[in-house]
Design a protein around this ligand. Structure first.
Ligand SMILES: [Zn+2]
Length: 233
């Protein structure tokens, strides 16, 4: 589904667990933003083929959660694309470090169990190598600016195109059932920092469209809605 010219939500994922996006670059290449669950890779590759075979050469992982990098290894292997993420997130994306779930007893027990389940039952395999590390405020070849939005994970990034006011918020916040919400508490070790990140996004100038890791994109009154939500945190 095309959200605006050059920005697509991968078909077949609209009603699923998580969203993945394709960004058409001015140079003719395609950039995939997030890669869904382990089982989503065929869906993503089929969608990319429809847009133009062999055009995918960059994949941006907004953060190292299984529902955003599950299909990363398979899509990377099929395309040879360069993998991009925030410097702080690299070890998790490469599977060398476990994702920090939080400090409570429950989340400490849940973390290793979750890791075991994803590798064993979902047959998750991490990508071998992240090729390009990015930092806050960096302007990428996509014309997207990196906005570091930690809290949910330490190295999560959102992406912002200033010209048209397009914000890809990743899991900084969600829009489930057309209602803005915080990232999942059990998977957000620093909710205070996550709220700061939402305020940081709300302060961006000229937002017209917001896309989320979870939930439908907002294309009407996006800045007002985001600012009102951030003000109430
Ligand atoms: Zn997440």
């Amino acid at each position: 589904m095309q959200i605006v010219p050059g920005l697509h939500l991968v078909d077949g994922m609209e009603n699923g667990v998580v969203n993945a996006y394709v960004w058409e670059r001015p140079d003719g290449g395609l950039t995939l933003i997030d890669a869904g669950m382990p089982g989503d890779a065929p869906k993503i590759l089929a969608f990319l083929d429809k847009l133009g075979q062999g055009r995918l050469d960059r994949i941006i992982a907004t953060h190292g959660d299984i529902d955003h990098i599950g299909g990363l290894e398979a899509v990377q292997a099929a395309s040879g694309a360069v993998v991009v993420c925030h410097a702080v997130e690299k070890a998790v994306v490469e599977g060398r470090q476990m994702r920090v779930m939080g400090d409570s007893l429950l989340t400490r027990a849940y973390g290793p169990l979750f890791d075991f389940v994803t590798r064993t039952f979902l047959r998750y395999r991490p990508v071998q190598q992240v090729d390009e590390l990015v930092l806050d405020k960096q302007m990428l070849v996509e014309g997207l600016q990196v906005v570091h939005v930690p809290g949910h994970t330490p190295g999560q990034i959102a992406l912002f195109e200033p010209q048209r006011g397009i914000l890809i918020a990743a899991d900084a916040l969600s829009n489930r059932k057309d209602k803005l919400g915080l990232p999942t508490a059990i998977a957000t070790p620093r909710m205070d920092v996550a709220k700061d990140s939402i305020r940081k996004l709300a302060a961006l100038k000229g937002i017209q469209i917001v896309c989320f890791g979870h939930g439908v994109p907002i294309t009407q009154n996006a800045a007002e809605r985001l600012q009102a939500y951030a003000a109430g945190l």
